[in-house]
Design a protein around this ligand. Sequence first.
Ligand code: 5GP
Length: 226
Amino acid sequence: MDNILRTKEKGNLIVISGPSGAGKGTIISKLKEINNNIWVSISMTSRPVRSNDVPNETYFFVSKEEFEERINKGIFLEYAEYNGNYYGTPKDKILDKLNNGIDVILEIEIQGALKVKKLIPDAIFIFIMPPSLGELRNRLVKRGTDSADKIISRFKTSYKEINEVTKYNYVVVNDEVDKAVAKVNAILISERCRVDRIEDIYLSNLEEELHEFLVDKDFSNMDRNM
Ligand code: 5GP
């Protein structure tokens, strides 16, 4: 049977931000387990490799000079300086994935997200919020990957970032990770159902066919049974 709707097959560009310690990384890796129609962009950074990083998986690591060369070559969709290091989204694979119907996820900080908003206003912006400042502090300390000074500086940055939530379309509080993952996935599913994704509605001559079908039937007993 013919489908009644033809909708855009393109994937959505989804930007996920939130303060460090909000749990974006965990949410995204769990999301990949339940949604096989997403592709998570790998960013490039000039920050030092941490013990839990996997080069070319968590990031492409380059020196500051190499990063600046790439800025000049125009390889980034967006880039920003954050806590003294460069971070940027290579643009090469993104369009291809979107054209193949795959949702592309960018896990980036707020300055970069705002640049993407200017370039691609119909991207979807999700902010991951920690349940409380106390919990955020605990998570930053427990991570154990940074020095005390770094933790304090990250906490201060996170504190400021929380006020930027109003620039996003959705907010998900990460109090329980599985619930937060389910919420992000629900947003992705709902965005696929938006009316503005409809390209065509096929109403053909089914009404006539239905009429012909009904006149052949004997409805003489229908009133009595109603
Ligand atoms: P971290 O050093 O903890 O891995 O990341 C620090 C911040 O940089 C996080 O908020 C992360 O979302 C952000 N980030 C990671 N990749 C990119 C990127 O490509 N562009 C921008 N603008 N921010 C990024």
